[in-house]
Design a protein around this ligand. Structure first.
Ligand code: AVI
Length: 322
């Protein structure tokens, strides 16, 4: 008998998504070293915790990128063809996209995200606030090929990938994503991408080890999720959050560290942990302007323009398809 069937049945997730989560979690926790994909941070609670992170005094990326989009809005608008369609890869809070929509003459907006309900709600508010804008949400995994809506076929295309989410991809995945975006958007396309920059290690450390412990709760939430959705029995008090800067690899690494010898059961499988053993949950790569340009070039894009804030904390790049 499968002891975990009731937990799965109670999860209120479409079966396909639950089984992908189960497959990935079992596979990744069976690796040495253990790991989990950062995409599983973002259930409803995780998304709220991430929104709280973006407001923390130590977490500079969100407000710095917003500042660049605001301050350089007219320069960005100058390179955007009139009547273009803006295709956003992933759709979170609309604050950033509104800055582009307010300043440039877009005729259509295509938010692409796996969460269809969320997309529809966002589309409704944007339609009200921008009555001349055609909004065509696409429910899809934006890291894989997907079709653009037929309605925007004849329009110039501009991709948008803010937030330094590109930093959560391994470099080869970032390259694959940019190449796929280039294919999807087509010839003559442009793309606006936000990327966090390398900087003083103390500033980076503090951004991922905030004094209020919100990032720790965000990291630990993936264990809460596995307990609820996959019938796990992780004891949250037996794991601790750790974020460190890996200088050689230019990345912040987030880990969940086991405080003791312990065994955790999930979906009929037992996972044992040594004291100090890690589950590696996220990498957040930090780029230099040059390394980002090289990444983009390797994926079929030329950098037209790169903007940073006065302290060179964050960068926004305008790319043009080769
Ligand atoms: C979503 N992403 C760009 C965030 C980052 O900074 O890598 C996720 C995050 N992880 C911890 N704090 C924020």
């Amino acid at each position: 008998m499968n002891m975990h069937a009731p937990a799965l049945a109670d999860a209120h997730l479409p079966d396909e998504q639950t089984s992908a989560f189960a497959r990935d979690a079992i596979g990744d926790l069976s690796q040495q070293p253990k790991r989990l994909s950062p995409k599983y941070f973002y259930d409803a609670a995780g998304s709220e915790l991430f929104e709280a992170i973006t407001r923390l005094p130590e977490y500079y990326p969100t407000r710095t990128e917003l500042g660049i989009l605001r301050d350089r809005g007219s320069e960005i608008a100058a390179i955007i063809p009139k009547g273009a369609a803006l295709v956003e890869f992933g759709a979170g809070a609309t604050t950033k996209v509104r800055l582009l929509l307010e300043r440039s003459a877009f005729s259509a907006y295509v938010p692409v995200d796996i969460s269809g309900d969320f997309l529809q709600a966002q589309a409704e508010t944007l339609r009200k606030d921008f009555p001349n804008l055609a909004v065509h949400p696409v429910t899809a995994d934006f890291t894989a090929p997907f079709a653009l809506p037929a309605e925007i076929a004849g329009l110039p295309k501009v991709g948008f990938f803010p937030g330094s989410t590109i930093g959560n991809f391994e470099p080869h995945e970032a390259s694959r994503f940019l190449r796929s975006a280039r294919e999807i958007l087509g010839r003559g396309a442009q793309m606006i991408v936000g990327a966090d920059l390398e900087k003083d290690e103390r500033v980076l450390y503090d951004a991922y080890n905030d004094a209020a412990g919100v990032t720790a709760r965000f990291n630990l939430n993936v264990l809460v999720r596995m307990n609820r959705e996959l019938g796990g029995n992780f004891d949250l008090s037996a794991f601790t959050h750790r974020a460190i800067y890996n200088r050689e690899r230019h990345r912040i690494e987030m880990h969940l560290i086991s405080k003791k010898h312990q065994a955790v059961r999930m979906l009929g499988t037992s996972f044992s942990f040594r004291p100090g053993e890690s589950i590696h949950t996220e990498n957040s790569y930090k780029y230099s302007i040059e390394r980002f340009a090289a990444l983009a070039r390797g994926a079929g894009w030329q950098v037209r323009e790169s903007w940073t804030d006065a302290k060179a904390m964050f960068s926004v790049h305008a790319l043009a398809a080769d």
